[in-house]
Design a binder for this molecule. Sequence first.
Ligand SMILES: NC(=O)c1ccc[n+]([C@@H]2O[C@H](COP(=O)([O-])OP(=O)(O)OC[C@H]3O[C@@H](n4cnc5c(N)ncnc54)[C@H](O)[C@@H]3O)[C@@H](O)[C@H]2O)c1
Length: 266
Amino acid sequence: MPEAVSDLRERTIFITGSGGVLGSTYVRRMLAASARVIASDLPGARADALQAQHGADPQFRFYPLDVADEDAVGGIFERILADGWQPNVVLNNAAITGELLMGAGKPFPDFADTSLADWDRTLRTNLTGAFLVARQMDRDLVGRWPVTLINVASMYALNGPHHAIYEGMPFRSFSAYSTTKAGLHGLTLWLAGYWADRGATVNTIAPGAVFNGHSEEFQRRVGELIMLKRMAQPDEIADAMLFLCSAAAGYMTGQLVNVDGGFSAW
Ligand SMILES: NC(=O)c1ccc[n+]([C@@H]2O[C@H](COP(=O)([O-])OP(=O)(O)OC[C@H]3O[C@@H](n4cnc5c(N)ncnc54)[C@H](O)[C@@H]3O)[C@@H](O)[C@H]2O)c1
């Protein structure tokens, strides 16, 4: 019998970019479900906070990792395996997001003023980083034991943003973000058939708009576009993520799971 979603004791989960709003929620919920959690992120305040919160838990480990750094990704599973843990779930979760840019005080230029450097930086992290992690899985994990990859996309992967809801807001959607999120599902579809004979599955999760202190006005504007009329709580995205990490999702591969309150279903 597959374990219940609330019981991930057979799961050793490696997560990139795990210090953010959703990543830190996944880590907390996975530990509560008895998984072993191998968190990673860029060094800095988010990584420090995660280690301060969970560092004493023997089920938790942290490795600094920039997913855009080919050499660092090239050695990550070798290090984890040498330390005695065998990941059987991998989450491509790291991203340059609107939240991250806003927090860093970065401007959101019009499309015409978007620099090639900013475009390249987003593609390198969100899409090439995910490719590097998936390729390393293929080299070090796939075929050795059953393993699953979850690529984290967005409600803006296969649906366009309503640009008007961002007027006057301190953040906007940006073109490279949507492009990378659509590309990630392309990677999922390509890998699903490629890995099927070697005991590996791969799916995409597309979270909707997650509440993180947004203004009443923004909540009202985005809420009108969502069937359930409100933003998600991070734990509501984690509920679906934990299912995809569990043995209960064992017969799913190549799928895109929308967790967006019906945004994509109108
Ligand atoms: N929060 C939302 O509303 C929402 C909606 C849809 C999809 N998502 C997706 O969910 C995932 C997590 O989102 P979040 O809300 O926690 O975002 P966040 O901005 O809070 O966290 C992103 C994390 O990625 C890390 N990161 C950035 N560049 C990196 C790199 N080069 N190497 C390693 N780590 C790097 C950051 O340090 C940060 O901890 C992202 O892929 C995001 O696109 C979020």
